[in-house]
Design a protein around this ligand. Structure first.
Ligand code: AP5
Length: 213
């Protein structure tokens, strides 16, 4: 199955993409994770992306299209995947269609996770992750047993650089201006499923499973 997960920052794309990918045996491709790893490793890609990410802006389309083209060119990945956080602009959606055409692959669904802005700000200002194993925590919904310490590996819990309140607000504004228009792109092609995602983790998973079954 080939899926795209759309939705505002903090709507649960990463959380749900991991769960669904493991249920259906698909590759989870998160452009945000790939970029964060490149920033941490100090690669050329990371150096180019860092300033955009820290400001809550989008990294330029040509960089993202090159990256996704390379990842999908691997036969095994192209077989079954969930794209999490890509595409995010109309040029990225159009470029992705060309990549699919060149690789002779077909998209099954775009899944849009719907969460209101105020709930997103609540979620993201409470998010932490483990510096070692990258496990996700949330002080409101998924707190660690011991404050500041990862339950799984004992690593220190830290925050993402772009989870500062002013950066979250800019990410939301960028989302509404640049990313929301791609919903119509997929709706017009009969490929959009909208999921109310301001609900418990398991309920959202169930709704997605129902939508793609
Ligand atoms: P990216 O990493 O993709 O960030 P994002 O879209 O802003 O999304 P997040 O990872 O913050 O949230 P999410 O929707 O995955 O939610 P999550 O599951 O983590 O991108 C980061 C940056 O990289 C961008 O700003 C941009 O600069 C760049 N970039 C990436 N892709 C790009 C592209 N295609 N083009 C250009 N630039 C690009 O959940 C969030 C929190 O909520 C967690 O704490 C979680 O535990 C909690 N939570 C999740 N579900 C629930 C629930 N149902 N109930 C309660 N809490 C929940």
């Amino acid at each position: 199955m080939r899926l795209i997960f759309l939705g505002p920052p903090g709507s649960g794309k990463g959380t749900q993409a991991k769960i669904i990918a493991s249920k259906i045996g698909a590759n989870h491709i998160s452009t945000g994770d790939i970029l964060r790893e490149a920033v941490a490793a100090g690669t050329d890609l990371g150096k180019k992306a860092k300033k955009y990410m820290n400001a809550g802006e989008l990294v330029p389309d040509e960089i993202l299209l090159g990256l996704v083209r390379e990842v999908l060119s691997n036969d095994r990945t192209a077989d079954s995947f969930i794209l999490d956080g890509f595409p995010r602009t109309i040029p990225q959606a159009e470029g992705l269609d060309k990549i699919f055409e060149n690789l002779s692959i077909k998209l099954d669904w775009s899944i849009k996770l719907d969460v209101p802005d105020d709930a997103i700000i609540d979620r993201l200002t409470a998010r932490y992750f483990c510096v070692n194993c990258k496990a996700d925590y949330n002080l409101k919904t998924k707190p660690p047993k011991k404050e500041g310490i990862c339950d799984i590996c004992g690593g220190k819990l830290i925050r993402r650089d772009d989870d500062k309140r002013e950066v979250i607000e800019n990410r939301l504004s960028v989302y509404h201006k640049q990313t929301e228009p791609i919903e119509s792109y997929y709706r017009e092609r009969g490929l959009l499923k909208e999921i109310p995602a301001d609900k418990g983790f398991d309920e959202v998973t169930e709704e997605i499973v129902k939508a793609i079954s």
